[in-house]
Design a protein around this ligand. Sequence first.
Ligand SMILES: [Ca+2]
Ligand SMILES: [Ca+2]
Ligand SMILES: [Ca+2]
Ligand SMILES: [Ca+2]
Length: 282
Amino acid sequence: MPRKGFVLAIVLVLAGAWVAVPPHPGASRPGRAEQQGTFADLGDFVWYDTNHNGIQEAGEPGVAWVTVNLYRNHDCAGAPSAAADTDVAGAFMFTALPPGAYCMRFPLRFQWVFSPQNQGLSEALDSDADPATRIIRDITLETSNVDQDVGMYAVGAILGSVWCDADDNGAFENGEQVAGIAIGLWRDADCDLIPDFQLATATSNDQGVYAFPDLYIAPPGEVTCYVAAVADNPVGICTETVGDDRHAIPLTPASPLVWNADFLFVPADIPPIFLPLLCGGS
Ligand SMILES: [Ca+2]
Ligand SMILES: [Ca+2]
Ligand SMILES: [Ca+2]
Ligand SMILES: [Ca+2]
């Protein structure tokens, strides 16, 4: 034990002496400005491309809390070397990077798509990620580059099915879906539950399911309102609706999909006054 302590003391003394000696006597450390010249920043914007054209325009806000992964190669191979989140204004920045090859990967959000790449004539206003891969590849950083931006937007969808309680047992069971029923879709521009203009018509399929895909959704913070209504009545032998024959449906970027906008029908009730006649009673 004493011998080990002695050796350690020697090492520490030698190490201290080595640290105390300047590596290059007489040489000065590089200045701060000189250091800054060798590093660069990379960013800097993810925005909600309201009109889906791949160009940043007035009124199109940033998208907050998008995690951007940075890779030190041209094609986002391997593990990321750093990550940054966009702020509330959609801005992000990787700072003080050494020059070289970089790639950035952006995450997929449910029911969101990326804008078309390299639209228009301005590198400062376009979207730089490939919509298929969600990466910006082949970035060669020599000086700071803050024009690597990405546009994205939510796509809405409304689905539902049409049912007829054909066996009149008070329940909707598999097999009671009705095909060939027309459903209309309207925009409710002021969200007052009153339809304002019709957009489309869909027809229920063999499983009774109808769908309106690819619906516009306004930026985060706003609500885009739709109304879906069944146009056909009666539905098979069912002539009475259960509940509403129209649905008011608000969609947002965080809640872009409604899959249960169903329409339920039952056979008409027979008025009690006629029941004795139908049953042969007196
Ligand atoms: Ca745009
Ligand atoms: Ca750009
Ligand atoms: Ca039934
Ligand atoms: Ca309205």
